[in-house]
Design a protein around this ligand. Structure first.
Ligand SMILES: Nc1ncnc2c1ncn2[C@@H]1O[C@H](COP(=O)(O)OP(=O)(O)OP(=O)(O)O)[C@@H](O)[C@H]1O
Length: 126
């Protein structure tokens, strides 16, 4: 990317349970490590990108027969670098969330993690 001065894309594809989500997290962690520090609002951009994963997974991941933490949506992650190769910004777009799961789940699959998290929370937190 730095040598050719061209944007690059990584497409992670495969069947459910193949390891796309975990591989993407490792990729993001690697790019964050290589991309150095760029402070934005007190926290680094790379920190913010990595911290978005648990939130997105709570609302868009569910247990299925093939994967206990199956992503039921697509994700387009854009990481911007400055001329020195440091991360300068990021954008995450999600699409095609399996919305039908919210009101129709077939046993032994589950609804989105966030609902169980809400139920498991202590009463005063809810
Ligand atoms: N690199 C890895 N190291 C350890 N475990 C892994 C790794 N990749 C995948 N796994 C295991 O496989 C499971 C499924 O992986 P993952 O959720 O990444 O699949 P996926 O391709 O994103 O599936 P889906 O399309 O259903 O979202 C993980 O919960 C984990 O247990």
């Amino acid at each position: 990317m730095i040598n050719e001065e061209k944007s690059q894309s990584i497409l992670v594809s495969g069947e459910s349970g193949a390891g796309k989500t975990e591989s993407t997290k490792l990729l993001m962690r690697y790019l964050a490590y290589m991309g150095g520090r760029a402070v934005s609002e007190g926290r680094t951009v790379e920190q913010q990108v990595l911290e978005s994963n648990p939130v997105l997974e709570a609302f868009g991941n569910a247990k299925t027969v093939r994967n206990n933490n199956s992503s039921r949506f697509g994700k387009f992650v854009e990481i911007q670098f400055d001329r020195k190769g440091r991360i300068s910004g990021a954008a995450i777009r999600t699409y095609l969330l399996e919305r039908s799961r919210v009101c129709q789940v077939s046993d032994p699959e589950r609804n989105y993690h966030c609902f169980y998290m809400l139920c498991a929370a202590p009463p005063e937190v809810v």
